[in-house]
Structure formats: structure tokens, C-alpha cells
Design a protein around this ligand. Structure first.
Ligand SMILES: [Mn+2]
Length: 393
């Protein structure tokens, strides 16, 4: 381990990533679902599966919860806390559901009908209280609001309604809580989305209040968008609240992180690493996974995602920031670029093996998980179950 820097070791010790409850459940495409015998169908099964990811990687201490699917009205908070304690996985970000009810066909907070807007706000306030009861810091807001055809919506009015709703939600936040505002350019609406990009999220968050920040889902951009520039701007404005990690080839594909473009993820981590080096602070960012594993085994895909994230984060931690600054100041373009390329090309897997071993973790989390027999066991237990949850944001 001696050839590696203390910065790398420190970075890996600090880097934790949150898994989503919906990543363990049956999900599908807009055409249908392929059910997996081992998919989790109850909250307990989701906690159990998430705990496997944490046991083998050591760095996934929390699970994001979706209110409609995991914590419907009437859920006993103490039962959720008991599951959390039993499986040693904390409740993570709380995700209100503002898209599944029939009432939301034409939007939630941006709906033309005031009673639907009120219903949506009510659900957000309920979710905020739920988060407080579970000691969860972040309420993660994604809106499917938008329209499908030109002329059907007053975009300015809808903006105003969103602004008012978010402000009222912010007023309800408990001390220390954060409201993360996610954006997405299209889908499910195909003409306009009410919060379509990071700038709209930023404006809404600013108007809502100091506890509101922007959530960057890396799959929620147009192709070729420079995502690391968005990250740099949000860091500069102290408005980067967190990430939803996934990868894509075409649209919001929710593929596993780094499966298509690992250099994209590296460049995001590089912006953060350089910001932290420059400011000598640690950016307060919630790193979360938002993926849908339709054809891979869900727990294995999650472990693969976490180890990939760790590798890319470690590569970014290897950046020679002094050299980068020097080459930038002297306008040595190739040398500056090569600082990135050198870090990205470094094989960090031997370091990560050592780092895991030193913490009593398996050197190869996926291999160790496969050898544990957990999947075979749950396949027996969950055989013939038909319960399932639906969409994802
Ligand atoms: Mn998302």
C-alpha cells in the first residue's frame, strides 16, 4: 500500500454510496417486466438484500426509500426502524411519489387543478415528516410533471405553481433536513418537462430556501451534455446536493454505472476531487444509485456498481492537482489532459484489494457474495411469489 498516497486511502474511507430499495425489486421497461425469482417484494426483503451489498462492500450503509412503495400510509415507523436495525442498513433518502396515482395524469405540483396540487403538496409534507421520524436527512424530489403537446399548458403558470409548492414544502422541513430537487429533460412527458434541466432545479431550489439543493441524475441529460461542467457550476454555487448514479447509451436507460462511459463518471469525480483539494473542504454530497436492473441479477448488479464507483472514485483521488494547476497556468494543454489520462489509466484494483483486506472485507465482493449462497437461499424462499413494484424515477 505504500506506493499509494494518503489522499487515496482517505478518499476511499470517506466514500459511501446509497443503494435504492427499488433496485432490488422487479422493474421493467415501458413494455413490460421480466420477473426474477430472487427479486425483493417486501420492505424486509429489500433491507435484507441491501444488507448483502453493505456486508460485502462495507460502504453502503443506507438504503433510499420510496414512500408509495415502501412506506405507504399506515406504515409503522417502529417496524421500519426495527428492520433497519436488524439488517444494519439505515433509512436513506426519502423519495415521495408524485407520478403514480391517477390524479397525477396531468402533473402534481404543476397540475391545473388546485385540489391535485394540494394533494401533491400534502404527500410531500407527509414524506418530510416520515423522513424526520426515520432520521433521514434528504427528501429527494423528482417530478414527472410536464406536457405532451404544444399549446396544452401554460408553462409560466406551471413554473409558478411548482415554485409555490416547493416553498411551502421547504417551510415544512425540519432542522438539518435537505430537499433535493431533481431534473429531467423528457420522459414521461414528451413535449415539455416542468423541471427540465439543472438551471431550472437551481432556480427552484434558490427560491425554495437554504435547505434546498440540486440533485444530478446522470441519466437525465441530453446526449453529449457536459455533465462535469454542471457539477463544477453547482459546486461553485454550493448547490450540489447529490447524485443519482446510473449509465446510459441513449436516454434515461438506468444501466449500471460505468458500463457505457466510465470516463464520464471519472470526469465528474475529478471535478469534485479538484474542488475538495482547492478548497481544502469535503463537499457535502449524497452519492446515491438510481438504477433498474432488468436483466442482471439485482444484488450482483448493485455490488458491481459499487465496486465500479469505488474504482472510478479512487482514480480521481490519484489526480495530481498541483501538476494540473501548473499545466493550466502555463497553458500546457497536452500535459494538463495527460494528468487526467494518467489517473484514469491507473489500475487501482490492487490498491482496493489491499484496502478491503485491511478492513476485514472480501478482496472481491462479487465473488464472495456469489460464494455465500445467499441467492440460492432466497430463490428457495421467494419461489412462486408474485408481488412486485412498478416504475422508478
Ligand atoms: Mn433519479
Amino acid at each position: 500500500m505504500t506506493e499509494y498516497s494518503d489522499a487515496l486511502e482517505l478518499a476511499m474511507n470517506q466514500f459511501a454510496i446509497e443503494v435504492p430499495s427499488w433496485g432490488f425489486a422487479n422493474t421493467g421497461t415501458r413494455f413490460g417486466k421480466y420477473l426474477q425469482t430472487t427479486a425483493a417484494t417486501t420492505l424486509e426483503e429489500k433491507f435484507a438484500d441491501a444488507s448483502q451489498v453493505h456486508i460485502f462492500t462495507g460502504k453502503c450503509p443506507t438504503m433510499a426509500l420510496h414512500v408509495e412503495w415502501d412506506l405507504p400510509q399506515g406504515t409503522s415507523i417502529s417496524s421500519v426502524l426495527e428492520l433497519s436495525a436488524k439488517y444494519d442498513v439505515g433509512p436513506g433518502s426519502i423519495n415521495p411519489n408524485l407520478f403514480q396515482r391517477q390524479a397525477y395524469k396531468h402533473g402534481s405540483l404543476c397540475n391545473e387543478r388546485p385540489e391535485i396540487r394540494a394533494e401533491a403538496l400534502e404527500h410531500i409534507l407527509y414524506s418530510i415528516d416520515l423522513a424526520a421520524a426515520l432520521a433521514s436527512r434528504d427528501i429527494s424530489l423528482w417530478f414527472a410533471d410536464g406536457s405532451n403537446y404544444p399549446g396544452m399548458s401554460n408553462i409560466r403558470k406551471r413554473k409558478q405553481w411548482m415554485e409555490e409548492g416547493l416553498r411551502q414544502a421547504h417551510e415544512h422541513l425540519h432542522p438539518g433536513q435537505r430537499m433535493l430537487v431533481e431534473y429531467k429533460p423528457f420522459e414521461p412527458a414528451f413535449y415539455h418537462t416542468d423541471i427540465a434541466d439543472w438551471g431550472m432545479s437551481l432556480l427552484h431550489a434558490r427560491h425554495a430556501g437554504p435547505q434546498a439543493k440540486v440533485l444530478v441524475d446522470v441519466g437525465h441529460h441530453y446526449l453529449s451534455q457536459n455533465i462535469e461542467q454542471i457539477v463544477a457550476w453547482l459546486l461553485s454555487e454550493n448547490m450540489l446536493g447529490g447524485f443519482h448514479f446510473n449509465d446510459r447509451r441513449y436516454a434515461d436507460d438506468d444501466l449500471t454505472l460505468g458500463s457505457i462511459d466510465p470516463y464520464q463518471v471519472f470526469r465528474i469525480f475529478a471535478e469534485i476531487a479538484h474542488f475538495e483539494w482547492e478548497t481544502n473542504t469535503r463537499a457535502d454530497i449524497a452519492y446515491m444509485i438510481d438504477q433498474s436492473h432488468n436483466v442482471k441479477n439485482k444484488i450482483e448488479a448493485m455490488i458491481q456498481t459499487v465496486t465500479t464507483a469505488q474504482e472510478l472514485y479512487a482514480k480521481a483521488a490519484l489526480l495530481n492537482h498541483e501538476a494540473l494547476e501548473y499545466h493550466r497556468e502555463h497553458q500546457e494543454i497536452i500535459d494538463a489532459e495527460n494528468v487526467y489520462k494518467d489517473a484514469f489509466a491507473t489500475d487501482v484494483r490492487p490498491f482496493l484489494k489491499d484496502w478491503r483486506r485491511a478492513r476485514g472485507l472480501p478482496e472481491d465482493p462479487l465473488k464472495a457474495f456469489r460464494a455465500s449462497g445467499y441467492l440460492q437461499e432466497v430463490a428457495r424462499q421467494r419461489q412462486g411469489r408474485q408481488g412486485e413494484t412498478a416504475a422508478y424515477a
